[in-house]
Write a protein that binds this ligand. Structure first.
Ligand code: SF4
Length: 315
């Protein structure tokens, strides 16, 4: 079956500089794909490209982004608007800024629902209450009358999810949805996303810097570093047999093991640039080959690809 969303050789440039290079990624129907990496790795940029949010300085300079057979890169703003919200919805890390502080939750939700449907105000209000209840808000009627600042971080995140679900999207993009929340609420929100995915059959792209979040929710993960996908595969393959030194350092630095990411690197310089390995300046295995050219992907097992000169047999 054709993937629902497909990045084909996508390169994105900001102010004349490539920030994301040659991305090839697929999102299948009903799948939860994790995209993990440090800030600046390019993970949010690829999502902005799908949503048409690159701004005046950013643009896709090479490649295509296919959604249901249509190239998003070629779409005019009007066509893109028919897609975003109804078909592809997004939730953000900072729910307080994402929600409008001068409107009550209810008025915003009613407006949103009516934008995508032909419902009357009363019908939209009823639907809004149902959606808030579906995301686990215990007193939805009361929350409808609340302003965003009157709700806790966890409740605001639930409201954002309810808003995103109001159009029954095919794809939900969640950009660091639990970063600002404490561990218990984080687990509840992840559980909610899994639950909604199962009920609605939608696909989810989960952008995060936290491999623990990926382990709890995703089936497949793409690891990004310095604008490249340096490793991609099934979550269990990546966790049990990480092939890229960057992924290995990320896993080694997870709290369960202890230590910081930097402790697991021998060198701690800025990322490599240009056409060399994006991890070159921080990699303890870097050698002359790495300093000479960009590695090619190799498959360590089926559908597990790694961008590194150092092959499995050398490890
Ligand atoms: Fe390290 Fe070389 Fe592999 Fe890059 S290509 S991750 S520098 S071993």
């Amino acid at each position: 079956m054709e993937p629902l969303l497909k990045f084909e050789h996508v390169t994105i440039c900001y102010n004349g500089e490539n920030v994301v290079q040659d991305i090839n990624l697929e999102l299948n129907r009903g799948e939860i794909l994790g995209v993990v990496g440090e800030s600046g790795s390019g993970k949010s940029t690829i999502i902005k490209a799908v949503m048409g949010l690159l701004g005046n300085e950013g643009m896709v300079t090479e490649g295509d982004i296919w959604y249901k057979g249509k190239n998003v890169v070629d779409m005019q703003e009007k066509e893109l608007r028919t897609l975003l919200g109804p078909e592809i919805a997004m939730i953000f890390q900072d729910s307080l800024s994402a929600l409008n502080p001068v409107y009550t939750v209810g008025s915003k939700m009613v407006e949103l629902i009516r934008r995508h449907t032909k419902m009357s105000k009363a019908e939209a209000k009823k639907r809004a209450v149902e959606l808030l209840a579906a995301v686990g808000i215990t007193d939805p009627e009361k929350s409808m009358k609340s302003y965003p600042h009157e709700l806790s971080g966890g409740m605001r995140q639930r409201v954002m999810i309810a808003m995103a679900m109001s159009s029954n999207p095919q794809i939900l993009i969640a950009d660091e949805p639990t970063t600002a929340l404490d561990v218990t609420i984080q687990a509840q929100i992840l559980h909610l996303l899994l639950d909604l995915q199962k009920k609605n059959g939608m696909s989810i792209i989960l952008i995060t810097h936290d491999l623990g979040v990926v382990a709890q929710t995703c089936k497949r993960v793409a690891v990004m570093c310095g604008g490249y996908v340096v490793e991609e595969g099934a979550v269990e393959d990546i966790f049990l047999h990480p092939g890229h030194p960057y992924t290995q350092a990320l896993i080694a630095s997870m709290p369960r093991v202890g230590g910081t990411f930097e402790q697991f690197l021998e060198r701690d310089l800025s990322d490599g640039s240009g056409n060399l390995c994006p991890f070159l300046n921080r990699c303890k295995y870097a050698d002359k080959t790495c300093e000479a050219c960009l590695p090619k992907y190799y498959e360590s097992s089926e559908n597990h690809k790694i961008l590194c000169h150092r092959r499995e047999e050398e490890k």
